[in-house]
Design a protein around this ligand. Structure first.
Ligand code: P6P
Length: 339
């Protein structure tokens, strides 16, 4: 049966991307090579994150280790691993990392056609309490006709050719979209391969969960406060929604993608642009949501239409099930009419 084929047909992420690439005869295989290097980085970080607890136990992580060296913090180590993996792929020209103030321009001898924006270890403040954390990445392609400049990464998210995240949780799960749907792969540690376990992920059209930091409620604007109120006290007599908030974006977004509902980091009086970063948090997650049949909205516009001005710009974000985001958009539109 076709269903059984999934079980025995070990579809690894590399084979999956090669199959995708074969649909583009003109493709030179560069994207597959780039992706393989990102996957290598994820495998390394997965292994380091899983050891972090033990490393702490034997006085390695964050302390002076047995060789008397300062053990690198996991987010610094992860950042270095991804930069090395991306540069050595020979397929990148500009890198933007949450950990680096300035963009990294790859030396000409190793330059390729892709710009990668990434957060090497998002939610890393949760490592010590073993809450799932993750790597988030987005990929732009630079047109061949010019020397790459910062303008090549200050592009709206809709220009991305691919985006994804790798979540380091009870299992290591990589979720990827190359613009035609979303697929999930789970690392089989015995093989050291990411196996296709969630083909063609589609987010439920409507959900029963909302995800937001209620601690910021006193600073919310009208539409956000009204939406959350409707989740708790539905006007149409439907059951209240459940609140789920992990405080690690990759974990909250992964649950939203699979179970439906909304994930929100709204603007508030303290932070008018919200907290999450446009290039390597908002865009990749919005790209995935739209490719899974969901939506992503900033409170003013479609998130993927936003044009960043600086590489660490922030934006408010409301993402998730199509119908639920429609409700939020209607509340903001009604507010706009009043002004
Ligand atoms: P708050 C983690 O620090 C992070 O960047 C995201 O992973 C997460 O969604 C958000 O911040 C949590 O922020 O203000 O609710 O603690």
């Amino acid at each position: 049966h076709a269903a059984d084929a999934h079980r025995t047909d070990l579809m690894t992420i590399t084979r999956f991307v090669l199959n995708e690439q074969s649909k583009y005869p003109e493709s030179r295989g560069d994207f597959t090579i780039l992706l393989n290097h990102i996957v290598l980085g994820c495998k390394f970080v997965c292994s380091s994150v899983n050891k972090a607890g033990l490393a702490k136990l034997i006085g390695l992580a964050g302390e002076i280790n047995i060789q008397g060296e300062e053990q690198k913090k996991l987010d610094v180590l992860s950042n270095e691993v991804f930069i090395k993996a991306l540069v050595s792929s020979g397929r990148t020209c500009i890198l933007v990392s949450e950990e680096d103030e300035d963009a990294i321009i790859v030396e000409p001898s190793k330059c390729g056609r892709y710009c990668v924006v990434f957060d090497p270890l998002d939610g890393s403040s949760n490592i010590d309490c073993v809450v799932s954390i993750g790597t988030i990445f987005g990929i732009y392609m630079v047109k061949d006709d010019h020397e790459p400049t910062l303008a090549d990464v200050l592009q709206p998210g809709k220009q991305m050719v691919a985006a994804g995240y790798c979540m380091y949780g009870s299992s290591c799960t990589l979720v990827l979209s190359t613009g035609k749907g979303v697929n999930g792969f789970t690392l089989d540690p015995s093989l050291g391969e990411f196996i296709l376990t969630h083909p063609d992920i589609r987010i439920p059209k409507k959900g029963k969960i909302y995800s937001v930091n209620e601690g910021n409620a006193k600073n919310w604007d009208g539409p956000t406060a009204k939406y959350v109120e409707n989740c708790k006290f539905p006007k149409d007599g439907s059951p209240s929604k459940s609140l789920r908030y992990i405080g690690s974006m990759v974990a909250d977004v992964h649950r939203t993608l699979l179970y439906g509902g909304t994930f929100m980091y709204p603007a508030d009086k303290k932070s008018p642009s919200g907290k999450l970063r446009v290039l390597y948090e908002v865009f990749p997650m919005s790209f995935l949501m739209e490719n899974a049949g969901g939506q992503a909205f900033t409170g003013k516009q479609r998130a993927l239409d936003l044009v960043p001005t600086k590489i660490h710009d922030r934006s408010p974000i409301f993402l998730g099930s199509y119908d639920d985001i429609e409700e939020i958009k209607a509340l903001y539109a009604a507010e706009g009419k009043k002004e």
